[in-house]
Write a protein that binds this ligand. Structure first.
Ligand SMILES: [Zn+2]
Ligand SMILES: [Zn+2]
Length: 169
């Protein structure tokens, strides 16, 4: 969904529902579940507010199993014309709004949804809260089957353990 800034009417534009954004993501495995965007213009500055919810295939960082993460993100972005169309620099980021630039009178709302979704992805994705992960000793997925390995010693205690060993001699 690409919009032309000069076509944005006085009252702004409203987009509701994922069907307003056919094929929003470059990766076809990503699915847009919900999207609501309000696009308003003040001179040549464009404000985009709303929310996006997507489902994105991820791999759990603990047990390495694939799963689908639900990502919800608020969209709160101000877009100003790029230097290419204005020939002047603007002071960016004076408040909490994210500021972006657009060029050639065009704004790609799909790219915006994709960026917000990407930013909402966890750096350490977990398939579930409290995922047991893989056993460091035998490699079994502890969510699926418990293993008989003793719990690994916490390395943070090893200096104390050494001290205790010395004291007991
Ligand atoms: Zn997991
Ligand atoms: Zn084990």
């Amino acid at each position: 969904m690409v919009i032309r800034v000069s076509d944005i009417p006085e009252e702004g534009l409203r987009f509701e529902g994922p069907e307003a954004f056919p094929e929003p993501f470059q990766d076809r495995a990503w699915r847009l579940e919900a999207a609501e965007l309000a696009v308003d213009k003040d001179g040549d500055v464009v404000f985009v507010h709303g929310l996006v919810r997507s489902r994105v295939p991820q791999v759990c960082s603990r047990c390495l199993e694939p799963y689908e993460a639900t990502v919800e993100a608020n969209v709160d972005t101000r877009l100003v014309p790029g230097a290419a169309t204005r020939g002047e620099e603007r002071e960016l980021g004076r408040d909490d709004l994210e500021t972006d630039v657009y060029a050639h009178d065009l704004i790609d709302l799909n790219a915006l949804l994709e960026t917000e979704t990407t930013l909402g992805l966890s750096m350490k994705p977990l398939c579930r809260e409290g995922c047991g992960g893989l056993c460091p000793t035998c490699g079994v997925n502890r969510n699926a089957a418990p293993c008989a390995c003793p719990p690994a010693a916490d390395p943070r205690w090893s200096p104390l353990k050494g001290l205790a060993d010395r004291l007991s001699k």
